[in-house]
Every structure is written in structure tokens, then in C-alpha cells.
Design a protein around this ligand. Sequence first.
Ligand code: NDP
Length: 325
Amino acid sequence: PRAWTLASRPKGTPTPNDFALISVDRPELADGEVRVANRWLSVDPYMRGRMNDVKSYVPPFAIGAPMDGGAVGEVVESRDPSLAVGDLVQHMFGWRDEAVGPAAAFIKLPAIDAPPQAFLGQLGMPGMTAYWGLLAVAEAKEGDTVFVSAAAGAVGSTVVQVAKAKGMTVIGSAGGAAKGEWVRSLGADAVIDYKAGSVVEALGKAAPKGIDVYFDNVGGDHLDAALAHARPRARFAICGMIDVYNDAKPTQLKYLARLIGNRIQMRGFIVSDFMSRTAEFYQDMAILSGTLKREETVHDGLDAMPDAFLGLFTGGNTGKMLVKL
Ligand code: NDP
């Protein structure tokens, strides 16, 4: 078996040289353990934070050790009665072709009619992030005008569709006309191509009466534009700030002070805050699932992991970025 390791800690934007693919031992299973052949590996923007040696809500990747992350695979050997050969499971031993660990670290895929890789995207961590960020953190409700950035990505495209399904007006921002068209096809009422001009101007045109909710995936200019057009008592779910993940210098926000006069509420969150409500998520998403579109950008083979990951920062994906083994 093979696994990706972090070869060096990047300064700024990572390069392929920051990763190294190594051969790893194939241990015998102990009682209670299973062996899983990975079929789908996830790359996610939060992994960039784990490449830095800083204290955060997830520990940093260790240099030279196999990296981890979301994955879906098939049990190929089991020494635990709870999992049988052939079971499809999701787990966190990604960035490698084969995973070995205690059965409790592997969760059988829920009985929802969807392809297995959907549990790494819309029906998995990014989907939960979108769902809870929108409905619980921002407390978005029917009739609200919602602005969401990185709207053509895994989280953003789900935010757009859940918001539409719940009766909201949605403005989505994405890079380039093709992504904008796709976001519109998901039901967005207006789209902004942030690469074509000023976000603050475009948002003013798209939402002349202002926004009630901002779902932030980007930070920087997008957050500032949302502040500029936030209505009184607007709620901001601060999900991610991909614009600054590769950036060392702090961002200046011209409209930051509007937080005060307009009583804007801004709340950061981590998807794991809502783990205890996973059954609720599956229940509602299973109902919505037939009506939601799910797009994936798929790279082939373990060797492609770093390329897939780096593509997240250049807009290389529409919908969920995945690697298929
Ligand atoms: P995406 O599928 O959205 O992929 C990232 C996208 O971000 C790219 O496709 C690109 O689209 C866009 N992007 C990259 N760089 C920039 C930039 N400088 N400015 C504007 N857009 C940019 O990833 P996810 O859906 O997995 O994640 C979206 C966000 O949600 C991230 O910020 C992530 O960190 C955050 N997140 C937070 C979680 C939490 O628990 N709080 C959990 C999961 C995700 P484009 O072509 O449009 O530029």
C-alpha cells in the first residue's frame, strides 16, 4: 500500500514538492480491526490549515507521516463482528489506498439511495456544513435574501439549493461565466462573477434592498462586500475564508465597522458542532435529495491527490473535488 505524506510545510501556496508518496507496511489485523480498500478520497480546503504547524481545531499534519482526511472504501478483511467484507464505509484514513484501524473508526454508509462518494460531498461533511451553517448558524428562514460565496463548490452549491428549497432568494458568487451559469441552474436568483469586477458593486446590483444572510466561504473582498450590503440585523455564518488560506498578510476590511451600526451578527462555526444532529440532517437531506443536483470533479488515482487538492485554490472544481481509486 501507498500513502501521501507531508514532505515540507508550505509558505504561501503549496507546491507538489510539499507532498511525498511513500510505500507503507501492510500490517496483520489485530482482533477488532478491519482492512478497507479506499475507493474515493476527499480533498478539502481545511487541509491547507493542517499543513501549518499551528494549534487549531484539528492537529497539524506531521512531517513524514501519512496524511489523513475523509474517504469512502470497502471492507476487504474484518476481525470485528460489526463489519463484514463488502461493507461500504466512510472514515478519516484518506490520502492512502488502504486503511487499517479499529472497527469503531469506520462508519457504514447510511441507507440513503445515493452513490457512495456523495457521502464525501453533499450527503457528507460539506453538505452538513452547508445545511447547519445556513439553517442553524445564520438562522436563515423563508423570505430571506442570502448571499453565498464559492457558490459553485461543494459547500456553496448545497447552500444555494437548500436555501432555494426553503424559500429564500439566493445570490451566488463564483469565478467565471461557466460556473455562474451552473450556479444559476441550481436555482440561484442572481450570480456574481467575482473575477469580472468589483464584488461590492455587483452585489449592490444583485441585491438592491440588501442581504439578510451571508454564508462566507471566501473572506476578503467577499466578506467586505457582504458587510457593505448587509441589512439591519443581518446574520453572517462564517464558514471559511479560502481567499486567505495561502496568504500571510492580514486583510483590511473597509466595511467592517458596519457590524456595529447595523447590528450585524457574525458567527463562526465548525461542522462538528452539529454532529449530534446528523440523523436530522440525513432525514431532511434524504427528502430533498431527489431534487438537489450533485456535481463532482473527479481526478483519477492516488498519484493525483496533490493536484486535486491544489486545484481547490485555483477553482479547478465544480461541485465536490474527489479522487477516485
Ligand atoms: P469548494 O468545493 O468550494 O472548493 C473551493 C472553491 O473556492 C474553488 O472551487 C474556488 O471556486 C473557490 N476559491 C478558491 N480560491 C478563492 C479565492 N481566492 N477567492 C474566491 N474563491 C476562491 O470547497 P468546499 O466546499 O469544501 O469548502 C468551501 C469553504 O467552506 C472553504 O472555505 C472551507 O474551508 C469551508 N469549510 C468550512 C467548514 C466548517 O466546518 N466551518 C467545513 C467544510 C468547509 P471559484 O472558481 O469560484 O473561485
